[in-house]
Design a protein around this ligand. Structure first.
Ligand SMILES: NCCCC[C@H](NC(=O)[C@@H](N)CCCCN)C(=O)O
Length: 466
């Protein structure tokens, strides 16, 4: 009897890498929007009256709804409804949130436009513009995090048994390019004409719509894959058998929770730092926001170049747990340099590059390790639970850092607002906080490696079996 084996769309290298570029483009624009205001802290202080505490609150707001449970719901939606529905929903949420945030910081709103009175009537220490921008960022955050888990699951679907870690690495590399792009463009767009925080936000908001469109194109390819694999999703049913009660399995798996804890510790010292980095460099080196941004933008570039290479290394050689450990060590070293060493541009560049290497090692190893611990039908929820735990840190740390900056620098915010020459923050305390997170991540990495050795999860093994 002859058996015909049908070639599936993802067996074509061209098709699967095209699918990757399409979904990665959604994340590229998403990551641009996440950090569009990061290089503009100073301009927000002078033009919108946001001090460091407000800026920290704004940074944390991206994750508030996710932490309140949205991400867990997002994981369930993903496992029940599949990557196409969830991806389109998440990209639409990003666009909606971006629109609200743009309106919140617009001149029209700030000069008493629709809703201004209401947003000025509570928590009066916080400017109305910040409150509405936070609301928009919360909605956007639901979209971007939901998109993050969807993209991870889509990559596992398209690349299992193929170049999975490389694909994840490339997806993250493209996202990092978005961060580089926004750190390069945002201060420049803000300074075109009279300085404005609205202009860059509006421009990147429009780019998000392109991200929605690229995901739409991906859904056409993904439908074809489902038809070929005969997946039930093609008939509008769940892609895999998933029960909500399975979630208990995730919360009782020690190793899975260790990976999640490592993730929250590590990323809490990366993304919140990213939001304050321009201001930290500006303050420590006495340079402009544009110059500080020009130094910091090399951080995502370092990560961009190395993440796919390390992903490929992991596919063929393994050593995932060791990479996690090394990443935590490098990150701690870098933050300690910023905390304790008198900064020169050369030291700043070196530390930023070190951090870029660290930011390749950990993501390249962490995300592809999840399918080794959790079976496919639970994967959406597994990524969602890790993101959820991680989001608690991402929400809390910008607030903690903003607050610690204010408390350790009494009177400086007022001086900056009044335009006092030479007024700058001392970032020692916030940077020591970030360093402690790195040390804790390192200790957890040691524990994870020991667990892997005794229980044989295969974290040190390659993804592609010869
Ligand atoms: N498919 C992507 C895997 C996760 C990549 C990871 N992103 C996150 O962990 C997000 N939960 C947090 C993003 C924060 C900015 N919105 C990454 O390394 O970027």
């Amino acid at each position: 009897m002859t058996e015909t084996i049908q070639r599936k769309i993802n067996d074509s290298a061209f098709a699967r890498w095209t699918a990757l570029v399409l979904i990665a483009s959604t994340m590229f624009f998403g990551y641009m929007f996440v950090d569009v205001l990061s290089p503009l802290k100073n301009l927000l202080e002078t033009s919108r009256g946001w001090n460091s505490t407000v800026f920290g609150l704004y940074g944390g707001s991206e994750f508030i709804l996710n932490v309140c449970g949205f991400l867990i719901v997002a994981g369930i939606i993903l496992d029940k409804m599949g990557v196409r529905f969830t991806g389109l929903l998440s990209a639409s949420l990003m666009v909606a949130g971006a629109a609200v945030k743009t309106y919140g910081i617009s001149e029209y709103f700030c000069q008493g436009g629709f809703g201004f009175e209401f947003f000025s009537s509570f928590l009066t220490d916080i400017p109305a513009s910040a409150k509405l921008a936070c609301l928009g960022f919360m909605i956007f955050g639901c979209g971007t995090e939901m998109a993050g888990i969807t993209v991870s699951k889509a990559i596992v679907k398209w690349f299992t048994g193929k170049e999975m870690a490389l694909a994840m690495g490339l997806e993250m590399a493209i996202a990092r390019l978005g961060v580089f792009a926004v750190f390069s463009l945002s201060p420049w767009v803000a300074e075109l004409g009279s300085p404005s925080v609205v202009r860059p936000v509006a421009v990147v908001g429009v780019l998000l719509c392109i991200g929605l469109l690229t995901f739409l194109v991906f859904t056409v390819m993904d439908r074809k894959l489902d038809r070929q694999t005969g997946a039930a999703a093609a008939a509008g049913e769940p892609e895999e058998q998933f029960k909500v009660s399975d979630l208990r399995r995730l919360f009782t798996s020690g190793t899975f929770l260790t990976v999640a804890a490592l993730c929250v510790l590590y990323y809490s010292a990366i993304f919140p730092f990213q939001r304050f980095a321009t201001d930290m460099l500006q303050s420590n080196l006495g340079i402009t926001a544009k110059q500080a941004s020009d130094i910091f933008r090399w951080f995502p570039i370092g990560a961009m170049v190395l993440t796919p290479l390390l992903g490929s290394y992991l596919d063929h050689r393994g050593k995932g747990a060791t990479m996690l450990l090394l990443g935590a060590i490098l990150m701690t070293a870098c933050h300690l340099i910023f905390a304790l060493v008198p900064l020169t541009p050369l030291i700043a560049y070196s530390a930023i590059i070190l951090l870029g290497i660290s930011f390749s090692l950990v993501p390249a190893a962490l995300w592809p390790s999840v399918p080794k611990l959790i079976e496919n039908r639970l994967l959406g929820s597994a990524y969602a639970v890790i993101f959820w735990i991680q989001n608690i840190g991402l929400m809390a740390f910008p607030i903690i850092i903003g607050w610690s900056l204010n408390v350790s620098n009494p009177g400086v915010a007022e001086q900056i607002k009044e335009g006092v020459e030479g007024a700058a923050y001392n970032y020692t305390v916030p940077m020591l906080i970030f360093s402690c997170l790195g040390i804790a991540a390192f200790l957890l990495g040691l524990w994870l490696k020991a667990q892997d050795r005794s229980k044989g999860y295969g974290l040190e093994l390659p993804n592609i079996k010869k």
